[in-house]
Design a protein around this ligand. Structure first.
Ligand SMILES: [Zn+2]
Ligand SMILES: [Zn+2]
Length: 478
């Protein structure tokens, strides 16, 4: 097996940083050593197959993006990144594992939905991947099938309180699914927005001629998110099921999560870079040369971007510091403007929901370190270590330690990354939601299970290198 020594860098973990060399044998880390160690009687650098010089750079566990939707059918079209293009873009950005969502559609068997997603991903990924299971039709068969998910290495499932007629589960279905998961230990992931009430507001806004993307944010008001979050917490409380609320964007929803956590409940929250940086006023309400007031379609996602004047973004950063929000994923669900987002010209409710960010999460969150919002260690924790613990991967992923997979990123704090279509952009999209963002930092080298897949501004990985990873139950429960 090939050996690699990453030397001269600062190893950063969720709990600290130290000058150390990292020794890799084959696919795993076998040693984290004092710099220049000649433990075995000789200089390691002269005996290994490959030396990576990380002098002046951070050596961190590869990013884990626990919320992506490659090739997801949605709104009459499908997310524009395939598993091939999406995982390659992830690699470019220092993410070495994704957890995507397999979908059971209405009327389908759960295991058939899972098999479909295995077929989409198998042999196509640049980095390792796992699945959560969307249960789009909670019925007696589905509940029975949920018992079998753990054996498949799928230890979390997602329900929707939004999207009536598509993925929506009513309270009775949610209660039954949570009762089942309380027994099996599966993590319930919740899209917490009051879908039926939102649909009324959508109908009324459209009837008033308010058809621009901006009104997507008005219809999906924070009250809809807070109410659904509270309802999900109460149902979880009753059943004892652990609950993970995805893409939290409203500060009031965070307060609901914080109160439940303070009371000792196993409740967790995820936010996304768009809810930290972007807003209702600046992006959803944007007017551009090409698209006019439809420019905002680029940032139509659910939950929606929130008002900066109301302080949601500041509150979200604070929540990351206090651990009221535990981790950051992307909810990567890219659509092109042409022939996809433009389905919603004249009717914001027909704009496919989603933003593409899988490539930029590590950089965008590192900007939080540069600007003083979070510490260097917290950056590693919210982008890698906690995702690993939350979803049963810790030890194998999310840490630089002997025995762990050699999923490693060498990050240059003195480097620079310019994001934009003609700059850094490898996602399969005809625009970037992050156009013009300048990052003080740069992903230099990326290893996936010991193999260098990105190096010196070049992708050197291979399609199919990435393997499906079976997950254990959550290691984050209190
Ligand atoms: Zn969702
Ligand atoms: Zn999603």
């Amino acid at each position: 097996m090939a050996t690699t020594l990453i030397t001269g860098g600062t190893v950063v973990t969720a709990t600290g940083r130290s000058a150390a060399d990292v020794l890799v044998d084959g696919e795993v880390i076998v040693g984290v050593l004092a710099p220049g160690s000649n433990l075995l009687g000789s200089d390691l650098a002269s005996t290994v197959d490959t030396v990576i010089d990380a002098t002046g750079k951070y050596v961190i566990p590869g990013g884990i993006d626990a919320h992506t939707h490659m090739e997801l059918p949605f709104g009459g079209t499908a997310a524009s990144d395939t598993f091939e293009t999406g995982t390659r873009a992830a690699a470019w950005g220092g993410t070495t594992m994704i957890i995507d969502f397999a979908v059971q559609t209405y009327g389908q068997q759960v295991m058939d939905g899972l098999a479909t997603w295995h077929d989409k991903a198998r042999g196509n990924c640049a980095i390792d991947y796992g699945f959560h299971q969307i249960i789009g039709d909670v019925n007696a068969d589905s509940l029975k099938a949920m018992d079998g998910l753990v054996d498949e290495g799928i230890t979390s499932f997602k329900l929707f309180m939004a999207y009536p007629g598509v993925f929506y589960s009513d309270d009775a279905q949610i209660l039954r699914a949570m009762q089942t998961s309380a027994e099996t230990g599966l993590m319930t992931m919740m899209h917490a927005e009051n879908g039926p009430a939102i649909d009324v507001l959508v109908e009324q806004l459209l009837a008033q001629g308010k058809t621009d993307p901006y009104y997507h944010g008005i219809a999906r008001a924070w009250q809809m998110e807070e109410e659904a979050t509270h309802r999900a917490i109460m149902l979880a409380n009753l059943t004892g099921a652990p609950l993970y609320v995805v893409h939290v964007s409203a500060k009031q929803a965070v307060e609901q999560l914080a109160a439940a956590r303070d009371a000792g409940q196993n409740v967790f929250g995820e936010t996304c870079p768009q809810y930290l940086y972007l807003s209702l006023e600046e992006q959803l309400g944007a007017k551009g040369e090409q698209w006019g007031a439809f420019e905002g379609a680029k940032w139509v996602c659910s939950t929606p971007l929130r008002s900066r004047a109301e302080g949601h973004q500041d509150h979200m950063w604070q929540s990351l510091r206090t651990n009221d929000i535990q981790m950051v994923s992307t909810d990567h669900c890219p659509f092109c403007m042409k022939d996809q987002k433009d389905l919603g010209l004249g009717d914001f409710s027909k704009i496919p929901n989603g933003i593409g960010s899988v490539e930029h999460r590590m950089d965008l969150m590192y900007q939080g370190v540069v600007s003083g919002q979070i510490s260097l260690e917290r950056w590693v924790e919210i982008t890698s270590t906690t995702p690993a613990r939350m979803f049963g991967l810790y030890g194998k992923k999310g840490v630089i330690a002997p025995g762990a997979d050699a999923d490693i990123v060498v990050y240059d704090p003195n480097g620079h990354t310019s994001i934009g279509l003609d700059k850094t952009h490898h996602m399969n999209m005809d625009y970037s939601a992050w156009e013009g963002f300048e990052i003080d930092g740069h992903v230099d080298t990326v290893l996936s299970r010991g193999t260098v897949i990105v190096d010196d501004n070049a992708y050197v990985g291979t399609k199919g290198h990435g393997q499906f990873v079976k997950r254990d139950l959550s290691q984050y429960l209190i």
